[in-house]
Structures are given as C-alpha cells and as structure tokens.
Design a protein around this ligand. Structure first.
Ligand SMILES: CC(C)(COP(=O)(O)OP(=O)(O)OC[C@H]1O[C@@H](n2cnc3c(N)ncnc32)[C@H](O)[C@@H]1OP(=O)(O)O)[C@@H](O)C(=O)NCCC(=O)NCCSC(=O)C[C@H](O)C(=O)O
Ligand SMILES: [Mg+2]
Length: 271
C-alpha cells in the first residue's frame, strides 16, 4: 500500500513483544515501532533490537516504520545505523524543527523520513521541512505541540487548529502525505470518531493511533465511502471534458481527477 492511502497508523512501544505480535493480526495499514517516548531509557537498547527483528519478520503487507530518538540523545546514532540495515519502509523522526534534521537522518538511514511536527518552531518551519530532501510525510504530534503552546491537557483542539491547517498546507504544497495526531482517551469511541471526522475534514490522509480498538474507527472514517465511490464511477462515465452540467451541478476536469483519486484509494484499501 502507498503511504498516502494509509488510514490507520498504529504506534506501539518497540519494547512490547505482545503488542508486536498483536499488530500482525490487526487491520491497520501501518505499524510504527516506537523507540522514543513510549520506551523507558533503560529499555531502549533491547527495544531497538526487538524493532529490527520485528521489521525483518515483516508485518504481513502493512507498512512498517520505526520512530527513533532525536539527535543529541545517546541512542540516536546507533538507531540510525540499525535502521539503515533494517527492513523498515520509513523512519519516523520526532520533534522536527528544520529541514536539515530530516536531511541528516535521510542521508544516514537511506530511508524516507516521516517528520513529526510537535512544536511552535516545527509548525512555523513545516513548509520548508515538507519540501526538504528525504521528507516523505508529516505527522502531527499533538501531545508535545499542546505542551509547547501552553494549551491545557483537557482543552479541545481549537487551539491546535491553526497549526493543523498549516501542517496540511505545508504537506500539500510539497505533494506529500499528512497524518493527524493520536487520540489519548482509550475508552471514548465517540470522541475518537469525532476527532477522526474533524481530521478528515481538515484534509489529513489518516490518523496515527495508539491502541488496537482505535483501528476500525480510523479505517471507517478515512476509508472511502462506498456510495461516494459509486458516484465517482458514474461521474467519470458521464464526463465528456470541460465544464458541464451533471446531476444538477457543474463538473470540470478537476472533479474527474478527484473521482479517479477516490477510486484509486478505495482499490488500494481493498474496498
Ligand atoms: C496505551 C497503552 C499503554 C494501553 O495499554 P494496555 O492497557 O496494557 O492495553 P490493553 O490491555 O487494552 O491491550 C489489549 C491487547 O492489545 C495489545 N495492544 C495494546 N496496545 C497496542 C498497540 N498500540 N499496538 C498493538 N497491540 C497493542 C496488548 O498487548 C494486548 O494484547 P494481548 O496481550 O495479546 O491481549 C498501550 O495501548 C500502548 O502502549 N499504546 C501505544 C503507546 C505508544 O506507542 N506511544 C507512542 C506514540 S504516541 C505519540 O506519538 C505522541 C506524539 O509524540 C505526540 O506528541 O502527540
Ligand atoms: Mg511527541
């Protein structure tokens, strides 16, 4: 599956062997083995070895990635060397604030980099980061961003909306994929659904997740609506080129292109 078609991108601590096994049974589109904040300092080295072994075994057609620790930490260098030799499809770099940080990781790891935007500086540099060498996609890191902006933990996402839009704009201007941040409340399916719908409406391609129970919701919200796919097929058949009347509205070339993209996405996720 192409990264831009991914709906559900599941993080798990690379130190959690049971979660690694579980991930291979889940309908998620991407698995991200975390070596950063989800892993305690004294477990980082064992987690690194576990992540590399797990990526070698593969995730059965799911996209496989690993999130490394930032430059300046004592694990960063060894993680980059390990990732380079691994079967990871992508390397996820947290707390990115410059295009140079992405380029440096890309040049050592030789893997496309997904840059996490999780600070005010990162948001302000997002366009440059997205357009820079080696950058394959952007992830929102809303927990860290909220902290950096001084937004209280219990607040809604109003305070993040400008940043989320800036990050979507940056990704689209660079022609790369962009994914919404994680939803922390594990027992609030309605809240998750509302947040997925909000992210979808803002233009995100899919959502990063933290628990198996969140996967079906993200797949449903970010997956193609079958009625919309049927409508897209009819529109393509009816279109003759240029502006024309179609079922009481105007359509042009861009609507045909949009319809084709929707069908391609539906086919990519097997719907
Ligand atoms: C959040 C959790 C710590 C909850 O753990 P727990 O209560 O133990 O989970 P369950 O008992 O409900 O688990 C049931 C089974 O599911 C497996 N499991 C749990 N989580 C995952 C997962 N993420 N992927 C795959 N499998 C998972 C358990 O192993 C159980 O299976 P079994 O033992 O066979 O019954 C935990 O869910 C968790 O650790 N989640 C991921 C946390 C993480 O990776 N965090 C980093 C990413 S978040 C981020 O990026 C924030 C960002 O940086 C920002 O700033 O916003
Ligand atoms: Mg973070």
């Amino acid at each position: 599956m192409l990264l831009r078609h991914a709906r559900s991108l599941l993080f798990l601590p690379a130190s959690n062997a049971r979660a690694i096994v579980k991930a291979r049974t889940l309908p998620c589109d991407m698995v991200i083995l975390d070596l950063e904040d989800a892993v305690a300092d004294d477990a980082k080295e064992e987690a690194r070895a576990g992540a590399i072994a797990a990526l070698g075994e593969g995730f059965g057609g799911r996209i496989g990635a690993v999130r490394i620790n930032v430059a300046g930490t004592r694990w960063h260098g060894a993680e980059m060397v390990a990732v380079k030799a691994s079967a990871a499809d992508y390397v996820v770099l947290p707390k990115v604030e410059t295009a140079r940080q992405v380029k440096d990781v890309f040049s050592v790891c030789q893997k496309p980099v997904i840059a996490m935007i999780e600070s005010a500086r990162g948001v302000l540099a997002a366009a440059e980061i997205a357009a820079g060498e080696g950058c394959a996609a952007l992830f929102m890191g809303n927990n860290d961003l909220r902290k950096d902006l001084g937004i209280p933990a219990g607040a809604g996402r109003e305070g993040l909306s400008h940043a989320m839009q800036a990050v979507v704009l940056a990704a689209r201007a660079a022609g790369i994929a962009v994914f919404d941040g994680v939803f922390n409340r594990l027992e609030d399916e309605a809240g998750l659904e509302a947040e997925c719908a909000q992210g979808h409406a803002l233009g995100f391609d899919g959502k990063t997740l933290i628990h198996p129970s969140q996967v079906p919701v993200a797949n449903q919200v970010f997956g193609p609506d079958m009625q919309a796919v049927a409508d897209a097929r009819r529109l393509i058949e009816a279109a003759t080129g240029g502006a024309e009347r179609y079922e009481g509205r105007m359509i042009e070339t861009m609507h045909v292109e949009e319809a084709r993209a929707l069908i391609a996405r539906a086919e990519a996720v097997g719907e």
